[in-house]
Design a protein. Structure first.
Length: 285
């Protein structure tokens, strides 16, 4: 079992509590910023609002700086290069979907979250967001079955096709649906390279080197290097649906252990998150 998940069962270790706290902090930021969005706000404004909110609460380092995507950019329409992911001067309009994505490091713990919302009514957006729930269930079930990550990726994509959607996480670098996260050594100031914190990148690179020697990868992708069972550790997972210029996703941490107990072999770090609460409210309505 990796250092991030060593200890007691059930996600009650101090380490997991630390990751849960920073993930909740990031989602609190997303909800606070989403509540302030109004027509005319730009993606750059929204990204800056996230940075300011988190810095006011002690965040000094990042896995990556905050992103914001509005309108058809939520579906990565026309994205061809990594630079197109960075915030632009696209302005928010009534009925327009948006995604806020941030990866703060706080007290050495890392989170990477994605929050999908809409400025006003948008039935297409609501339908996509509701249909994401099946992907959260599928991912957990198949990780517990210890299926190869590449196979799970393909099954997620098949579910999207059955639902009538396009797989938009294929537009990410290497087409990843997830990547590993871990503790980051705290520094008073840590530089960024192309929006990514150097300390976090060093950790990911170290995992990549270690994994290459042992036959696994810290990137969960459709490629051959992900053709292995789930590796114990913490995975930031982000299935991303697209439909006619509207994109939705969630991103949250999935904990994978080497336990022989299926329920302890994999579990979501936290079930008290905005998208999970929304699905529960919709079922109860």
């Amino acid at each position: 079992m990796t250092s991030a998940v060593q200890g007691e069962q059930g996600g009650t270790t101090a380490r997991l509590r630390g990751f849960r706290r920073v993930q909740r902090l990031a989602y609190e930021c997303a909800e606070a910023v989403a509540a302030q969005l109004k027509p005319g706000v730009t993606e750059r404004d929204a990204a800056r609002m996230q940075r300011v909110w988190l810095r006011e609460r002690g965040v000094r380092d990042w896995f990556h700086l905050p992103f914001a995507w509005f309108g058809d950019r939520t579906a990565f329409a026309g994205f061809r290069t990594p630079f197109q992911f960075f915030p632009t001067n696209r302005r928010l309009e009534p009925g327009m979907p948006f995604i806020l994505d941030m990866a703060p490091v706080h007290h050495g713990f890392t989170a990477d979250i994605g929050y999908s919302g809409c400025l006003g009514l948008n039935p297409v957006h609501d339908r996509l967001l509701a249909d994401l729930e099946a992907h959260r269930t599928l991912l957990l079930d198949q990780v517990r079955e210890r299926r190869p990550l590449r196979e799970i990726y393909e099954n997620v994509e098949r579910l999207m096709v059955r639902q009538g959607y396009a797989n938009r996480h294929r537009a990410y670098p290497f087409g990843v649906i997830a990547h590993k996260v871990d503790r980051v050594k705290e520094r008073r100031w840590s530089p960024q390279v192309f929006g990514f914190g150097t300390q976090a990148l060093k950790g990911l690179a170290s995992d990549a080197l270690h994994g290459h020697r042992e036959g696994w990868s810290p990137l969960w992708s459709p490629h051959k290097f992900s053709d292995h069972p789930p590796q114990p550790g913490l995975w930031a997972v982000e299935p991303h649906l697209g439909f006619r210029g509207t994109g939705v996703k969630f991103e949250e941490i999935l904990v994978v252990t080497d336990s022989e107990d299926p329920e302890q072999s994999a579990f979501w770090l936290d079930d008290d998150l905005p998208h999970v609460r929304r699905w529960a409210e919709e079922r109860a309505a």
